[in-house]
Design a binder for this molecule. Structure first.
Ligand SMILES: *Cc1c(COP(=O)(O)O)cnc(C)c1O
Length: 421
């Protein structure tokens, strides 16, 4: 029996209505930008397996570094112990993180990185005997699927059944270059009515909302307001981190730097799950006390796993290499050429691009998980390209190591799909 058939017996997949979508494609191998299924079909991974495998799948350098670490130290508790990969990773990360970040806290995934960020902000005020319990977040943001992360997320398809159990969040629209005066007024009202602990945001680009890009100056005004009103700022760079926007972090485009940053996805080049919540010295110091209970009692068993840390160090090394930095520029340029070509097509409503992320909205009604999406997905897969449309939004986020011909094939396939929508 095929893997695809055996899968159906005991497995439960995420983000799926199994009654309507019983099938999953069984992947048996991945190398570079190519995924290979059990029947030998090849697919170009045009979204880097959810923005993780940015240096290509099964990258030789990453694997070598992980293997070396496996022979040295596999796992040790990070409460009471420390180790070289964690120390070295913290040093390397602080060198490239936006100004002000000084402490590195380990988590297992993007949601728990956000969860820890939210808890840091709440306890920061608790430790100072000041009760603040409300958060501000953007409409249509996505920050993960644990309770705190769900609370600050604004996409109801994920949160519907849990709404009554969530923490209190006030929402603001994303800045579009014209609305920030109104947003600041709204923020003023919120701060005079509620005790606001923090503002969480996906800087510059909202991934799950459909790769929506907002205005950097407007965001900067919001962040300046937060700083002036002691609202802690949490940048969720889980998607944007590590080069995708053309700079190492999306926060590098914005003058006002966050207090807390959440990282995951490309952190370990797609090899091992790990996440980080980093913060400023000021946040960290609010947890220093003679009382044990003022420490941060948030821990995951695999916190700071040495193999994951070694992998992350190797990924940061690759990110900073001339080769990868050049590739990022080449891909961005190539996206620009494609964008200029395709945006005048009658089936295309609009295109947008930042760094290696290219997005196209079709001239059709938005339906996040509907027939059109399934039709697009099938067309792409039949053509050997893995793209995962969000409703009528098609986006590309390719590994930095993609070849010119692979990239061209993705563009050609998108051009062809316009004929069937
Ligand atoms: C994917 C994502 C998360 C959640 O990360 P998981 O590892 O899936 O828990 C949080 N925030 C953003 C911006 C993301 O893109």
């Amino acid at each position: 029996m095929s893997l695809k058939e055996r899968d159906k017996k005991h497995l439960w997949h995420p983000l799926k209505q199994h009654q309507l979508q019983p099938e999953s494609v069984a992947i048996v191998k991945a190398k570079g930008c190519i995924l290979i299924d059990e029947d030998g079909n090849e697919y170009i991974d045009a979204i880097s397996s959810w923005y993780t495998s940015m240096f290509g799948h099964c990258n030789d350098y990453i694997i070598e570094k992980a293997y070396q670490q496996m022979q040295q130290l596999d796992q040790v508790m990070f409460s009471d112990f420390t180790h070289q990969p964690a120390v070295e990773l913290s040093e390397e990360l602080i060198k490239i993180l936006p100004k002000g970040q000084n402490k590195i806290f380990f988590n297992d995934n993007g949601s728990t990185a956000v969860e820890a960020g939210i808890k840091m902000a709440l306890q920061y005020y608790f430790n100072r005997d000041e009760k603040r319990s409300v958060f501000i977040a953007f409409e249509d943001g996505f920050h993960g699927d644990t309770f705190g992360a769900m609370s600050v997320s604004g996409l109801s398809v994920y949160n519907g059944p849990f709404e009554e159990f969530l923490i209190d969040v006030k929402r603001i629209p994303t800045p579009d270059g014209n609305n920030h005066i109104d947003i600041l007024k709204q923020l003023q009202l919120f701060t005079s009515t509620y005790k606001i602990a923090g503002f969480i945001y996906e800087p510059l680009i909202q991934g799950a909302a459909g790769m929506k890009i907002h205005n950097a100056e407007g965001l900067n005004e919001i962040l300046k307001f937060c700083k002036a009103n002691h609202i802690l700022t949490i940048a969720d760079e889980v998607m944007t981190g590590f080069g995708k926007t053309g700079k190492h972090f999306a926060s590098d485009y914005i003058d006002t730097k966050p207090d807390i940053i959440c990282l995951s996805k490309a952190l370990t080049a797609g090899l091992i799950p790990m996440a980080i919540t980093s913060c400023t010295q000021n946040i960290y110091e609010a947890f220093l006390s003679n009382e044990m209970a003022k420490g941060f009692f948030h821990c995951h068993t695999y916190s700071g796993n040495p193999i994951a840390c070694a992998t992350a160090i190797a990924a940061i090394e690759l990110l900073q290499s001339k080769n990868i930095q050049d590739n990022i520029k080449v891909i961005a340029k190539s996206h620009k050429v494609f964008s200029d070509l395709i945006k005048i097509h009658p089936k295309v409503k609009s295109t947008r691009q930042i760094g290696v992320i290219f997005t196209l909205d079709l001239n059709t009604k938005m339906e996040r998980y509907g027939d059109l999406r399934d039709k697009l997905l099938k067309f792409f897969m039949d053509r050997g390209v893995f793209l995962r449309p969000l409703g009528n939004t098609i986006y590309i986020q390719v590994p930095y190591t993609i070849s010119k011909s692979e990239l061209q094939k993705i563009y050609d396939t998108i051009e062809d799909v316009l004929e069937i929508v």
